[in-house]
Design a protein around this ligand. Structure first.
Ligand SMILES: Cc1cc2nc3c(=O)[nH]c(=O)nc-3n(C[C@H](O)[C@H](O)[C@H](O)COP(=O)(O)OP(=O)(O)OC[C@H]3O[C@@H](n4cnc5c(N)ncnc54)[C@H](O)[C@@H]3O)c2cc1C
Length: 413
């Protein structure tokens, strides 16, 4: 819910207990955030309901900068309308993407690796087909064809995937193709950290004392602008461990910390404002409008006008958010209150993602600007960083990219 910061050092957090509505003050010499991604900012996502970016927004509001937030990965094969993931295993096993003419269209875009091209590229190709009127039935999806693989392969090697197709898409993959479209899947950006999980506050790597982050909520930047499949779990294991070890080194160096008086007051005031508000807005419509505009204007393809429209809309929604009221006045599992709080987090993140995408005038990895289709290393081999400012809005600054053994190269397929 909120970090406790005293003398520039993180010394605990305030937690809201969903079952009882109680606030708990947890004092500690170090805090590690591991709250996952924020796919729920977008309308179509493979992510869980809890992926609302709480940890990022909490850290951001406490003064930690967010890094490379414009790099959002869209996986090409989410089940149409639901976003549920049909993983690479399907294409790895020989699955083929087809348009409304039955054409294996990836042969045109990536003649060598075809359907196994990287996620960002396949996502763009699917949308190109849809734009050219070659979506299935003229709609915004294509087919993932597994029918040639046979029942035995589907039921043994791809049992989970075919189960999803049967349950959620209502198709029998042995006989029918699965309707798919790009789905928001992973966030390369996050809370800026160093390789020991320490949150950093500026472009020089100054450490935010006592605050750590690891996993998808963090940006240690090992995935650059576009993560390769399977590398998230590797990232979590490596940098989660490193962060834990660093905390073990740090904690014995910290003396006793005095907490500020009434540390829970900010959170208590925020909750009572939502509970007592007589405002006319509610969470559902604002969340739906945010997800819609982020999907339409800030997803696979981006351009200046669309991003400016999205920014205006997100800021309008942030204004409307001030008028939100919560009807459920209870303390026991008050989901409506939680949804309202999470929406506030997501609106902050939507604003930063859009500003990052607007500022980065090039295309790199998962960030594809139609008005700037090329990568521009001269100007943009930098990390974008946004710092929270209540009065002036998100403040952009840059951090240099550290290049060690491997020079960046143009991707060719
Ligand atoms: C469908 C799917 C398939 C994937 N497949 C792969 C794969 O094969 N290989 C791979 O490497 N990666 C894969 N990924 C990506 C990978 O799973 C995620 O990046 C990874 O699980 C993130 O781990 P995490 O611990 O950082 O966050 P999460 O696993 O999202 O965990 C975050 C936890 O924090 C909790 N939380 C959030 N907010 C709060 C709060 N305010 N208070 C308390 N708790 C909170 C959440 O409930 C959750 O339990 C996949 C992702 C998806 C969605």
């Amino acid at each position: 819910m909120s970090l406790i910061i005293h003398d520039g050092q993180c010394c605990g957090l305030i937690a809201y207990e969903l079952a009882t509505g109680k606030l708990h003050t947890l004092q500690s010499k170090a805090v590690l955030l591991a709250t996952g991604g924020y796919g729920k900012v977008f309308k179509t996502t493979s992510n869980a309901f809890a992926s609302t970016g709480d940890g990022l927004a909490i850290a951001y509001r406490a003064g930690a900068p967010l890094e490379d937030m414009e790099f959002v990965q869209f996986h090409p094969t989410g089940i149409y309308k639901l976003g549920i993931l049909i993983s690479e295993a399907a294409r790895g096993e020989g699955g083929i993407l087809r348009n409304n003419e039955g054409e294996r269209f990836m042969e045109r875009y990536a003649p060598v690796i075809k359907d196994l091209a990287p996620r960002d590229m396949v996502s763009r190709c699917i949308l190109e087909e849809i734009r050219a009127g070659r979506g299935i039935e003229g709609k915004d999806y294509v087919h993932l064809d597994l029918t040639h693989l046979g029942k035995e392969v589907l039921d043994t090697k791809l049992a989970e995937i075919t189960g999803f197709a049967r349950t959620y898409a209502g198709v029998e993959p042995v006989k029918e193709a699965i309707p798919v479209q790009p789905t928001c899947h992973y966030m390369m950006g996050g809370i800026a950290t160093d390789v020991d999980g320490r949150v950093i506050t500026d472009s020089e790597g100054t450490v935010f004392k006592g605050l750590y982050a690891a996993g998808e909520c963090a940006c240690v930047s090992v995935h650059g602008a576009n993560r390769l499949g399977c590398n998230s779990l590797l990232d979590i294991l490596v940098f989660g461990r490193r962060a834990g070890k660093e905390m073990g080194r740090f904690i014995p160096t910290v003396g006793s910390i005095e907490l500020p008086s009434s540390p829970e007051k900010v959170v208590a005031d925020q909750i009572s404002a939502l509970m007592q508000s007589k405002g006319k807005e509610s969470t559902g419509p604002i969340r739906a409008e945010m997800q819609e505009v982020m999907m339409d204007k800030v997803s696979v393809f981006r351009h200046k006008e669309g991003l400016e429209e999205a920014l205006e809309k997100v800021r309008e929604l942030k204004e409307r958010y001030r008028q939100i009221s919560v009807q459920d006045k209870g303390n026991c599992f008050n989901r409506e209150l939680l949804d309202a709080i999470e929406l506030g987090y997501m609106l902050d993140l939507a604003e930063v993602i859009t500003l990052g995408a607007l500022s980065r005038e090039e295309s790199r990895g998962a960030h594809s600007r139609e008005d700037f289709p090329n990568r521009d290393d001269e100007k943009w081999l930098v990390h974008t960083m946004f710092r929270h400012s209540t009065d002036e809005g998100p403040q952009l600054f840059f951090k240099p990219v550290t290049i060690t053994r491997f020079e960046p190269k143009e991707r060719k397929y």
